[in-house]
Design a binder for this molecule. Structure first.
Ligand SMILES: Nc1ncnc2c1ncn2[C@@H]1O[C@H](COP(=O)(O)OP(=O)(O)OP(=O)(O)O)[C@@H](O)[C@H]1O
Ligand SMILES: [Mg+2]
Length: 269
C-alpha cells in the first residue's frame, strides 16, 4: 500500500541492550501510510522494548527511527508532537480523573495555549478549551464511551479502560498509533469489537502498528506481520508467509499456527 518513496515510519537497525542482554537486535521495519502492521512473538521477545525505542522511552543502543522522513529525537513528548501515539501493555490511565479528563490530557500536546494563557483564562484559553472538549467528546463517541464521560477511569471495566487509552492516544491527532496488546483481558466479543475499532481508526487516516498474542486478531487485521524472536526479526510478511515459516513454528513451542485458531492467546499481564 506504500506508494510514496518515504514511508510513514522507517526503523533502521534498532538494537537495545540492557547490560549483557540484547532485548532488540538489529531490527528494521517500515510502516506505510494507511497500513496496519502486526508485531508478534513469544513472551520476552522484545516487542514492548521495541515500542519503547520508537517512542523515546528508551534511547536505542544503535539504529535510527524516522517519521515522515525525519529523524525522531528519543524524547517521548517530541515523538508525540511529531505524530506518533501509543497505548501501554499495562494500562496507564489517571485512575482518579474522569474519562473525559483523561482524553483532555491526551489533547494537551496539540493545544497552543500556554501556561500564562491558562492562568489568565483569556478568550484564547476558553476557545481552546471548548475546542478540546468538543474533540474529546467526539473521540469518546467514536470509541463508544460517550455515556461514561463523567465516570472515574478506575470504575470502568477493563475492556473499556483499554478503549479509553486508545481515545486518549487519538486525542494527540497522531498519524501513527502503536498498540501494545490492545485486547489483553478482553472477552471474545470485546476482541471482535476491537478489530472493528482498529479498522475504523485506519479509516480516519491513522496507520497502525500493533502487538498482539491473539493470532486471529492479528491475521484478520494486518496487511503485514513481523515476528520477533529473542530480539530478532525472523520473518515478515502476509499471513501465509508467517504461518508457514519453520522458524516461527519452532519459536511457538513447536506448535503449528493453524488456520484462524489462535496458537497463542495467553497474555501474561
Ligand atoms: N528496562 C529493562 N531493563 C532490563 N531488561 C529489560 C528492560 N525492559 C525489558 N527488559 C528485558 O528485555 C526482554 C524483552 O522484554 P519485552 O518486555 O520487550 O518483551 P515482550 O516481547 O514485550 O514480551 P511480552 O509478550 O511478555 O510482553 C526481556 O528479557 C525483559 O526482561
Ligand atoms: Mg510486551
Amino acid at each position: 500500500m506504500t506508494t510514496t518513496a518515504t514511508p510513514l515510519l522507517e526503523v533502521t537497525g534498532v538494537t537495545m541492550r540492557f547490560g549483557g542482554l540484547t532485548a532488540v537486535n538489529d531490527v528494521s521495519l517500515t510502516v506505510g501510510e494507511g497500513e496496519i502492521i502486526g508485531l508478534i512473538g513469544p513472551n520476552g521477545a522484545g516487542k514492548t522494548t521495541f515500542f519503547n525505542c520508537l517512542t523515546g522511552l528508551y534511547v536505542p543502543t544503535e539504529g535510527a527511527v524516522r517519521y515522515r522522513g525525519t529523524l525522531l529525537p528519543p524524547r517521548p513528548h517530541l515523538v508525540t508532537q511529531a505524530g506518533i501515539a501509543r497505548t501501554f501493555q499495562n494500562i496507564r490511565l489517571f485512575a482518579n480523573m474522569t474519562v473525559l479528563e483523561n482524553v483532555l490530557v491526551g489533547r494537551h500536546s496539540r493545544t497552543k495555549e500556554g501556561i500564562f494563557s491558562a492562568i489568565l483564562r483569556g478568550p484564547g484559553y476558553h476557545r481552546a478549551e471548548a475546542e478540546s472538549r468538543e474533540k474529546a467528546m467526539e473521540l469518546l463517541a467514536f470509541t463508544g464511551l460517550a455515556d461514561k464521560a463523567d465516570h472515574l477511569a478506575r470504575n470502568l471495566p477493563y475492556g473499556e479502560q483499554r478503549k479509553l487509552e486508545i481515545a486518549r492516544a487519538l486525542a494527540s491527532d497522531p498519524g501513527l498509533l502503536l498498540l501494545d496488546e490492545p485486547t489483553a483481558g478482553m472477552n471474545p466479543q470485546e476482541t471482535r469489537a476491537a478489530e472493528e475499532l482498529v479498522f475504523a481508526i485506519r479509516d480516519r487516516g491513522v496507520s497502525i502498528l500493533v502487538i498482539e498474542h491473539d493470532m486471529r486478531f492479528i491475521f484478520n487485521l494486518c496487511d503485514r506481520t513481523a515476528v520477533l524472536v529473542q530480539g530478532q526479526k525472523i520473518v515478515e510478511g502476509d499471513r501465509e508467509t508467517v504461518q508457514n515459516d519453520e522458524r516461527v513454528i519452532t519459536a511457538y513451542l513447536g506448535a503449528p499456527l493453524e488456520g484462524t485458531t489462535p496458537a497463542v492467546t495467553e497474555t501474561d499481564q
